[in-house]
Design a protein. Sequence first.
Length: 311
Amino acid sequence: MKIVFLDAKTIGDDIDLSAYDALGEVVKYGFSTSEEVPERVKDADVLVVNKIEINEQTIGTAKNLKLVCVTATGTNNLDKEYLEKRGIAWRNVAGYSTESVTQHTFALLFYLLEKMRYYDEYVKTEKYVNDTIFTHFAEHFNEISGKTWGIIGLGTIGRRVADIAKAFGAHVVYYSASGRSAQEGYEQVDFDTLLSKSDIVSVHAPLNEYTKDLMNKEAFAKMKKTAIFLNLGRGPIVVEQDLCEALETGEIAAAGLDVLCKEPMSEKNPLVKIKDSRKLIITPHIAWASVEARTRLMQIIVGQIKEFFAL
């Protein structure tokens, strides 16, 4: 069996992939362009990919291909009709990053809520050295307890965030963009109610026809001016120009993002110009990528290959 990784760098260099070597010949490419793929896959039995487009143009030369494994939950890069026509199976992985994304949600929140960059710089620039009072009150912060936390997308990650938010003493409400029936344990509300009542709004929804551009100018206008907005779902759920204006005009207090419409970030992204760390923090799509989550992901894929070939 020949296993070909087409964009291994998307997993990171620190994850042990030796378990794949026991399955057969393994070839790893850090990155591959669409033009490079046909030559690289022509004698592969298994492809391991993240963002590479898998379609007739890229894998038409792969005469031995039996299985495509996606190192992610999303499979919009797969031409499933073509794969079915060729009799090529595909697998994705769900649930591997729940704890990692949940943890990062709170990391973004605490950075903004407790003005962490300000206080860190205050001490490191030695302004606290021989200060006149033991507590510095220049920046204020609030407790999560007693606040309303609105969640858009109460899936596995959304529910985990809800459970922890509740443990902090927050009142949790949620909105289902797709109109799914109410889930036990948390209060389902309409979109306008969630926006107007929530002190914290976090997005944990997939990108689809219901969520694209959901957070736009009108949505931000309905939020509290003291609200913190977090997007851990998909970038295009947010209209970035509208978010930029909402932050600049004080329509909302702050935003924490781990996903953007274009990744890596474009110089044309309007959010580039917001340098105030009290208003905005953007992390480079790392919420999913704890060492444990990436290790778990690649172990699951090894299991998928073994199961498929009955090894």
